[in-house]
Design a protein around this ligand. Structure first.
Ligand code: PHE
Length: 341
């Protein structure tokens, strides 16, 4: 019996090795391991084996079965790729499937570029929450109760049992949050999302990004604000870029200014320029010297420290820098737009 088993194993493996294809291998599986296969029949003869040898022969039967099954599996795995391809009707001449490599979103990229410029000037990047309290979004920034931006139609309020929350309408609340926890001198920028219930069109979105800047210390002057912003404008839009400040108003800065750069498209020369409308100037941000009332609210002594702040819209900067004429393109996720950056 033992010799018979070993002979069967040898013969089976020889046949498996010379099998030409899947079908031949399948036929051999039936021949050896099938219900009426050679090994199954041999197993039936176990009854004739003397009791003393039964255990040993049983083990042998199992090991022969396993080695034949293993050889069959190996044979199937090894059957040539072309043969399998034919069997599955794969057309190897079809072009492969390409996956598009991921890219950094133009908004993220612009935040990175703006941050790099300010980091090189000694600023550090901090962040704050997008869900805010009325205190930080308004009161801490000296925005009075009757200010239109506090109207329910001008800010997204969040219903909550634990208090009155809103989606921050600017990054300025992080000014107060940071000052409460830190001592001057410091220079920070704060990138992040902000929300306003504006109807969406080519230049408005209910969500967009801002970068806030805040510098506080002893004897910080308006000229330093102008210097920092001039360096930023030239590095961001090119060395020929000119900058101008126009008087403006923000409750949290005094004096306040609106900052324009010379139009990068027409250089201020084009009467019919579609980007600046022939004005030659483009508004890029709001800025000013920190209002002493804001310092008082966070426990700073306005007699001892001064500072400046600015806030810019990231989408606007990206649109001017890359010549994009519709803010909605940033949020539509159209790869034909995104892959250009
Ligand atoms: N927070 C202002 C806005 O969203 C911008 C700003 C920031 C102005 C800091 C002055 C100083 O319009």
């Amino acid at each position: 019996m033992k010799d018979e088993l070993k002979a069967v194993e040898r013969e089976a493996i020889r046949e498996i090795k010379s099998a030409k294809d899947k079908d031949a291998l399948e036929a051999l599986r039936v021949k050896y391991l099938g219900r009426k296969g050679v090994l199954t029949e041999l197993f039936k003869k176990m009854g004739e084996v003397p009791p003393a040898e039964k255990a040993e022969v049983g083990k042998l039967v199992n090991s022969v079965k396993a080695s034949v099954a293993g050889a069959l599996d190996d044979g199937l795995k090894g059957s040539s790729g072309a043969e399998e391809a034919l069997a599955e009707k794969i057309d190897v001449t079809l072009p492969g499937r390409f996956s598009m490599p991921g890219k950094i979103h133009p908004i993220t990229k612009t935040i990175g570029e703006i941050s790099d410029i300010f980091i090189s000037l000694g600023f550090r990047v901090v962040e704050g929450p997008e869900i805010e309290t009325e205190h930080y979004n308004f009161e801490a920034l000296n925005i009075p109760l009757e200010h239109p931006s506090r109207d329910a139609f001008d800010t997204f309020y969040v219903k909550s049992r634990s208090g009155k929350y809103l989606l921050r309408s600017h990054t300025s609340p992080v000014q107060a949050r940071f000052m409460e926890k830190n001592k001057p001198p410091f220079s920070i920028i704060v990138p992040g999302k902000v929300y306003r219930p504006d109807a969406t069109d080519a230049s408005h979105s209910f969500m967009f990004h801002q970068i806030e800047g805040l510098v506080v210390g002893e004897d910080i002057k308006f000229s330093e604000l102008k210097g920092a912003l001039t360096i930023f404008a030239k590095q961001m839009f090119g060395p020929k870029t000119k900058m101008r400040l126009r008087p403006s108003f923000f409750p949290f800065t005094e004096p306040s200014a609106e900052v324009d750069i010379s139009c990068s498209v027409c250089g201020g020369e084009g009467q019919k320029c579609s980007v600046c409308g022939g004005k030659g100037w483009l508004e890029i941000l709001g800025a000013g010297m920190v209002n002493p009332k804001v310092f008082q609210k966070v426990g700073y002594d306005p007699e001892k420290v001064t500072g400046f702040a600015f806030g810019m819209g990231v989408e606007r900067i990206a649109m001017l820098k890359y010549g994009i004429n519709d803010i909605r393109l940033f949020y539509e996720n159209d790869s034909r737009f995104l892959k250009q950056f």
